[in-house]
Design a binder for this molecule. Structure first.
Ligand code: BV8
Ligand code: ZN
Length: 239
């Protein structure tokens, strides 16, 4: 599978992974667009927005509480674990679009959560922010200051946190190899990261059972799932 790039993989000093919902699919967390689609009744593009939240905070919170329950019960899969294993031998950085924290739970230290975290909850007004894993008794939950709480995620139409995005662009511009795993690359600006890597001369590899809009630009596009292909990729690098 990786014969054509094994030399470059061995020589690589810094490997960056850009991941999306597909890498958590084998942990039982539905993707956005797949036929296991997040919430068949509603379109995430319409729910994961500031307008939806202020129009109907209860509905949006029901959706997030449903996802939090599933995510907090989920376990990292062989794909997450392979990346964490590789980080013991090489400089590895994970730029994830996922909000499930599974890369960190697999043991990865260098993780940039481009779109925030569903496990961190913050106030819409004051500067309260904390990791909360319990289920809320009432939704929408209120802060001590009396205002509504929200998940610390980046909604459509919201900018990515400056520091996180700056770090991600830097990592993409300095890596020798970029592995794009489990993402349709349909959301910007995250979908620019493989372009920055290509511009810096990095080798870019895609792992996705389906073709994406950027498959043609990849040096290697593996039609497989991440839980299958990533352990194989890591074993080639460690040889
Ligand atoms: C911004 C957190 C600017 C929340 C998410 C037109 C109108 C309005 C906006 C826009 C527009 N055009 C572009 C935009 C910008 C917009 C955007 O890109 N929209 C898209 C829909 C066109 N982007 C934004 O709004 C961003 N902000 O641009 O700000 C700005 C600047 C200054 C000031 C103000 C504003 C913010 C985007 C972040 C949104 N938040 N998530 C939550 O999760 O609830 S996005 C969310 O959807 C995910 O984080 C992820 O990014 C995206 C889903 O993509 P994927 O992860 O790739 O998942 P998907 O289901 O699509 O694909 C799964 C893939 O896995 C598939 O390819 C499948 O084949 C594969 N797969 C399946 N199984 C497996 C597998 N692969 C491997 N193994 C398997 N087993
Ligand atoms: Zn508050």
């Amino acid at each position: 599978m990786f014969e054509s790039v094994s030399d470059k993989l061995h020589q690589a000093k810094k490997i960056v992974f850009v991941t999306g919902a597909g890498i958590s699919q084998e942990s039982g967390i539905p993707t956005f667009r797949g036929n296991d689609g997040l919430w068949r009744k509603y379109d995430p593009m319409k729910l994961a927005t500031i307008d939806a939240f202020y129009q109907d905070p209860k509905l949006v919170w029901e959706w997030y509480e449903d996802r939090r329950k599933n995510i907090l019960a989920a376990k990292p899969n062989a794909g997450h674990i392979a990346i964490a294993d590789l980080a013991k031998y090489k400089e590895v950085w994970v730029l994830t679009q996922n909000i499930d924290g599974l890369h960190q739970r697999a043991g990865c230290k260098n993780v940039s959560e481009l779109h925030g975290s569903i496990i961190i909850i913050k106030c819409t007004v004051c500067n309260f922010k904390d990791k909360i894993t319990k289920r809320f008794s009432e939704i929408p939950p209120l802060c001590k200051c009396g205002n509504i709480l929200r998940p610390d995620v980046v909604w459509f139409g919201e900018p990515l946190p400056q520091d996180v995005w700056g770090e991600a662009m830097m990592q993409a511009s300095l890596c020798d190899v970029m592995v794009v795993a489990g993402t349709s690359l349909s959301v910007s600006p995250a979908n620019m990261l493989p372009i920055y890597a290509k511009q810096n001369g990095a080798l870019i590899i895609e792992v996705n059972p389906e073709e994406t809009s950027m498959s043609q630009n990849m040096d290697l596009s593996i039609r497989s799932t991440s839980a299958k292909a990533l352990p194989e990729l890591v074993s080639v690098i460690q040889k």
